[in-house]
Write a protein that binds this ligand. Structure first.
Ligand code: PMP
Length: 273
């Protein structure tokens, strides 16, 4: 396996980042996960743009997006595989111990791993922890994912594959690694970015292609929704067939199935929409 580090392709085995990297010591970094189908990254331009937005949000030096694009292409070419997850990590770099960022400059790593196609529906749980819709990291894809790791572990303990967060005002927000959509009386809704959710790339494409409206939704909408589905780079459009152990018969329902079909068709027709 070849990865990209410090401006060049290297064997993953021997590639090393400093133990004083600010990404490791304080979670000072941003990242992207892309899907790669037969060596072709999906929505690369949108992911690069979001990487830059996240980096800017954290006050990291502006990433050289031409280099990141070249790094992605080099890693994809060096590691042929039918279906993979491409990961871009961009951190504050070598720094003194403590929260001040050093002057060495950022660390850029691009790596690829095999991925699996996921089932077209899944179980979710809700968690009592909240997303802070006014937090400094809100909407940025920072590497500080410990809360998501905890919530996802709780989901797995309960036989689910995703955990859903509300926010500080009790509105539905997002999953640990996905956005959420609900169907109410035949209409499709997803929480607005002001809810504190990430500007998911799949969310934006599904909202546009399948015609969803943004709406602030109270958490208990989950008890009333006709259908619920998740979107993310690796889930695509994934129906929800159980919430906190309560079954949603017939999932994935017709609106979910249609959104999934539209997404699959349009994504296949244009790899960089
Ligand atoms: N929310 C969070 C917290 C995520 O980590 C992800 C995965 N990147 C998403 C939503 C979905 O975003 P995307 O569709 O861009 O993968």
């Amino acid at each position: 396996m070849k990865i990209w580090l410090d401006g060049t392709l290297r064997d993953a085995e021997g590639a090393r980042v400093s133990v004083l990297d600010h990404g490791l010591t304080v979670g000072d970094g941003v990242f992207e996960t892309l899907k790669a189908v037969h060596g072709q990254a999906f929505a690369l331009t949108r992911h690069l743009d979001r990487l830059a937005v996240s980096a800017r949000g954290l006050g990291l030096p502006e990433p050289d997006l031409d280099e990141v694009r070249r790094a992605c292409e080099a890693v994809l070419t060096a590691n042929p595989m039918p279906y993979g997850r491409l990961r871009i990590t961009y951190t504050g770099g070598l720094s003194p111990l403590g929260s001040d960022r050093g002057t060495a400059g950022p660390t850029l790593v691009v790596a690829l791993g095999e991925a699996q196609r996921l089932p077209d529906s899944t179980a979710v749980v809700t968690v009592p922890w909240v997303r802070n819709e006014r937090g400094a990291l809100t909407g940025l894809k920072s590497t500080s994912y410990a809360e998501n790791v905890m919530a996802l572990a709780r989901a797995h303990e309960r036989g689910a594959s995703e955990a859903l967060f509300g926010n500080t005002v009790g509105a539905l927000c997002e999953g640990t690694g996905s956005n959420v959509f609900v169907v109410l009386d035949g209409a499709l809704y997803t929480p607005p970015l002001a809810s504190g959710c990430l500007a998911g790339i799949t969310r934006a494409l599904v909202a546009e292609w399948a015609g969803a409206e943004e709406a602030e939704l109270p958490l208990d909408v989950l008890d009333r929704a006709d259908e619920v589905f998740l979107t993310s780079t690796l889930r695509d459009v994934q129906g929800v067939h159980a919430i906190d152990g309560r079954l949603l018969p017939g999932a994935p329902g017709p609106v979910t199935a249609k959104a999934r079909r539209i997404f699959t068709e349009r994504a296949a027709a244009d790899p960089d929409p």
